[in-house]
Structure formats: C-alpha cells, structure tokens
Design a protein around this ligand. Structure first.
Ligand SMILES: NC(=O)C1=CN([C@@H]2O[C@H](COP(=O)(O)OP(=O)(O)OC[C@H]3O[C@@H](n4cnc5c(N)ncnc54)[C@H](O)[C@@H]3O)[C@@H](O)[C@H]2O)[C@@H](O)CC1
Ligand SMILES: Nc1ncnc2c1ncn2[C@@H]1O[C@H](COP(=O)(O)OP(=O)(O)OP(=O)(O)O)[C@@H](O)[C@H]1O
Length: 434
C-alpha cells in the first residue's frame, strides 16, 4: 500500500523536523540567554565600579554647608568568597560578634563567620514593618542584588519564563495565584501546565497566562518537556491534586528539569509527592521546598521515621534540610524559617492575623522567579558566599508577608489572596527598590 507507506514516511519526517526545530530553538535560546547574562553582568559590574569610585571620591566633610548628594546604592557584590563556597561563610561586611548569634546555629558553631549572618538576618527582619524605614542595607542588599535592572535593551522572557505544574478539576485558583504572582514580581512569561478541565477556567481568570491543558494527556511528560528548554524556573504542586497519574507526571517532569539544571520550587501537593518519594528532589541544590507546618511534619516523619519534636522548630528545619541533602527548606508560619542545612534564617517581616487560602501560592510563584534571578546572579558572580536558593526564599517570604500586611491595612478581615496580589508591586518597591 504505497499510500500508507508514504503517509508513514511523511509522519516520520515531520516528527524528525519537529525534533530538529526544538533542538535548534533550544540552542538558540541558550546562546541568547548566555549573551544577555554576560551583558547583564557587565552592566552591574560597571555600576559597581561607578559606585565604588563615587563613594571613595566623595568629600567626607560633614561640616560642609552645602547639602551632600545621596550616596549611590550599595554595590551588589556581597562578598569575595569563592563561588565554590556557597552556603558557607556570610559576606564579610555582615560579620558581627559571635556572642549575639547563639540561637540560630544548630549545632552551635565556633566559626564566627558561620555564626554571624543568621542573627543579623533575624535582627533585622524581626523589626517588623514599622521599622522598614530603618532597614539594614547590608541585608536587604542580598535580595536587592539579584533583582535584574529594567533596561530598554531587554527582550521579553529574559527576566523569567516560569512554569507552574498544577491545576486540576478541584483546584484552579492555586496555579492561577502562583502564575500571576510570578508575573507581578517581574517574571516575563508564566506557563501553567494543568489538566484539560482546569485549563479554560484558568484562562478565563487572566489573559496574561499561557495555559497548556496537557497534564492529564497520555503523553503529558513529553508535552511538558518540549517547553523545558525555554523555562528558567519551575513551581510544582499548587492545585496539582493527588491522583497517581498526575503525581507520576510531576515526578518525571521534576527529574527532567533537574537534568536541565532548572531551579525548582515544590509546594502543596508537590510536597505530598516528595513525602512519598524524597529521592525525586533530594540533594538538588537548585530545589526549594515550601511546606506549611502540616506538610513539614508529614515530610519530617517520613524521612526520620519518628515523631517530630515540635518544641524546637529551628532544629527540625536544620535536620530535615540535611536529611534532604542540604536542600533549601522554608517552614512557613508565624516566622518563616529558612535553612539549607547549615544555618537557619528567620524571616519575621510583619504580616497580619489574616490567613486566607492561597497565600502559599503567592509565595511559591514569586519564589520561582526569584530563584531564577538568584541563580543567574550567582552564575554572574554577583552573589558569593551565600546560597542563592536561600536568598530567593528570603526575598519571597519577606515579599509575601509585606503584601499580607499592606492588603490587611486596606481590607482587614475581608483580605483575600487577590487583594495581596494587588499589593505585590508596591510591596516589592518598598522592600527592594527604595
Ligand atoms: N483557591 C485554590 O484553588 C486553592 C487551592 N489550594 C490547593 O489545595 C490543595 C490542598 O492543600 P491543603 O493546604 O488544604 O493541604 P492538605 O489537604 O494537606 O491540608 C492541610 C491542612 O492543614 C491545615 N494547616 C495548615 N497549617 C497548619 C498549622 N500550622 N497547624 C495545623 N494545621 C494546619 C490546613 O488548614 C489544611 O486543612 C493543594 O493543591 C493546594 O495548592 C490551596 O493552595 C489554597 C487555595
Ligand atoms: N502566623 C503567620 N503570621 C504571619 N505570616 C504568616 C503566618 N503563617 C503563614 N504566614 C505567611 O503566609 C505565607 C503562606 O503560608 P501559609 O502557611 O498560609 O501557606 P499554605 O498553607 O501552604 O498556603 P495555601 O493556602 O496557599 O496552601 C508564608 O509566606 C508565611 O510567611
């Protein structure tokens, strides 16, 4: 049957052509990203040098009667520690006496560098929003330094193409909150990979999202993998549900994203998957887990095979992060505790008493973008001596809490996550751009 043969050949050729297209496209995007990153690094380096020249050349006389110009922003390089020492010592200018640091290192360390940063972070972030005007520039600069400058030379996509794996029949709000938050923080494109019956609903919430109804298709993994070369960050779990097929797809997508070195934030039902199969993300340095207390307890008990000591959260966070191969972990709560297994950082920016559903989705969506920024900044040598995943986690936690605070001031008890999303722009400016 020559007709059938012809058809077969045709199909084979078009599959081949499609594959070639994606390969070439992937190479093109990677080359473009490298070029833009190098350009970005050069620009920041120039700014740094200018700032240094400016601050060293500035007249020091305080008795001068003419008003002094305000100093430029602090240069973004945080430390001169070699990049191989991520997660170890803090930036030199953040050092402080070890005596003030005891409660944040588990077990207590004798290395003054290792002791210094957590307590500095704690000292500032415990101050709450009322003291935002008096922020400690050193600490805020950790997060500020990863925020890419907005310049007219940029093209769409460069500041973040983020993928959300989640959205099913029961949950359409969660992936929407995560994806729209990624855009509002400053990511350029947000892709949602959800089930067919969730797709139209999610699309109808916002024309800004790119929605792929593929999560329950038989070749879901391949459908999603096509997009991986274009993604800078992945958020797995918001509204994913717990059906076996969906969890299996999520697992394979995580594995393939790991192989491509893409930063991955895992939340909600994605954490259910990790609780049952920790190896899927264990030891991946670009992975971040964001459990609430319940999710944390489940994960802890699955890994340690014993009940958690709930009187010492800091120790538990350190233990679990270490057991996960020094993965960055955020235990959300009254204070957010962040650890990569070597230290615990506490974020206590003042929020409010209002705990509506979806705040965690805002957090993980914004963290997806910040993780991309932080790893790009680290690759460019702009943050050294500090784990980029921790910087991203810290930035996203502060931002979510600040949004909660601002939304509550306007809406009080009726505050919802949509109200918080409205506050992302002003909150971001207040924390990281003022
Ligand atoms: N609008 C939406 O579509 C939303 C969907 N969501 C999705 O809903 C699904 C299930 O999420 P759940 O968070 O309900 O997960 P679970 O079904 O595991 O429930 C966890 C339970 O723990 C409780 N809890 C949380 N923190 C606690 C604490 N500190 N102490 C004691 N109890 C605590 C919560 O009230 C919740 O009922 C996920 O896919 C999630 O993404 C949520 O993100 C909320 C918004
Ligand atoms: N008691 C609290 N005080 C202040 N902020 C809090 C408090 N609890 C949680 N948060 C903040 O709310 C954000 C989301 O945490 P939450 O515990 O609501 O997550 P979640 O339960 O996973 O959310 P979701 O409803 O999206 O599933 C975190 O960034 C955290 O900082």
């Amino acid at each position: 049957f020559p007709m059938e043969k012809l058809m077969e050949q045709f199909l084979e050729q078009s599959a081949q052509a499609e594959e070639n297209f994606y390969r070439v496209e992937e190479q093109r995007l990677q080359a473009e990203d490298r070029r833009r990153e190098a350009e970005h690094a050069r620009e920041l380096h120039m700014l740094q040098m200018l700032a240094q020249v400016f601050s060293s050349g500035r007249p020091s006389s305080s008795s001068s009667s003419t008003p002094k110009p305000s100093p430029p922003a602090r240069p973004p390089v945080i430390s001169s520690t070699p990049p191989s020492q991520h997660t170890r010592g803090p930036p030199g200018h953040l050092k402080r006496p070890a005596s003030q640091t005891d409660s944040f290192s588990q077990p207590p360390s004798t290395d003054p560098q290792a002791l210094a940063l957590p307590s500095v972070l704690e000292r500032y972030y415990s101050l709450g929003s009322s003291s935002l005007g008096g922020m400690d520039d050193d600490i805020v600069s950790l997060v500020k330094s990863i925020v890419p400058p907005l310049t007219s030379k940029k093209h769409k996509g460069q500041d973040g193409r983020i993928g959300i794996i989640g959205g099913c029949k029961d949950y359409t709000g969660a992936p929407y909150f995560a994806a729209i938050s990624a855009l509002k923080v400053g990511g350029d494109l947000s892709h949602v990979f959800c089930t067919k019956d969730a797709a139209t609903v999610i699309k109808s919430y916002s024309p800004e999202l790119i929605v792929h109804p593929v999560l329950d298709s038989p070749n879901a993994v391949e459908e999603i993998e096509k997009w991986l070369p274009r993604l800078h960050g992945l958020v797995v779990g918001p509204g994913l549900g717990r059906e076996d097929f969906l969890l299996k797809t999520a697992k394979e997508v995580i594995e393939r994203s790991r192989a491509r070195d893409i930063p991955i934030v895992i939340d909600a039902d994605g954490l259910w998957l990790v609780t049952h199969q920790p190896a899927v993300i264990q030891g991946y340095q670009k992975g971040i887990l964001t459990p609430n207390f319940m999710e944390f307890t489940r994960l802890f008990e699955a890994l340690h095979h014993e009940p958690m000591n709930s009187s010492d959260h800091q120790r538990s966070v350190m233990q679990l992060s270490a057991a996960m191969g020094n993965l960055t972990l955020v235990l959300k709560g009254e204070q957010d505790l962040i650890s990569d297994g070597s230290k615990v950082y506490s974020c206590s920016v003042e929020g409010s008493g209002r705990r509506c559903g979806g705040q965690g989705d805002l957090l993980c969506g914004s963290m997806g973008v910040m993780a991309h920024w932080a790893h790009a900044a680290s690759t460019a040598g702009l943050i050294r001596g500090m784990n980029p995943s921790v910087v991203a986690a810290f930035g996203a936690c502060s931002l979510t809490r600040q949004c909660n605070n601002q939304a509550f001031q306007r809406h009080g008890r009726s505050t919802t996550t949509s109200d918080m999303i409205q506050e992302i722009g002003p909150a971001f400016r207040k924390l990281f751009e003022s």
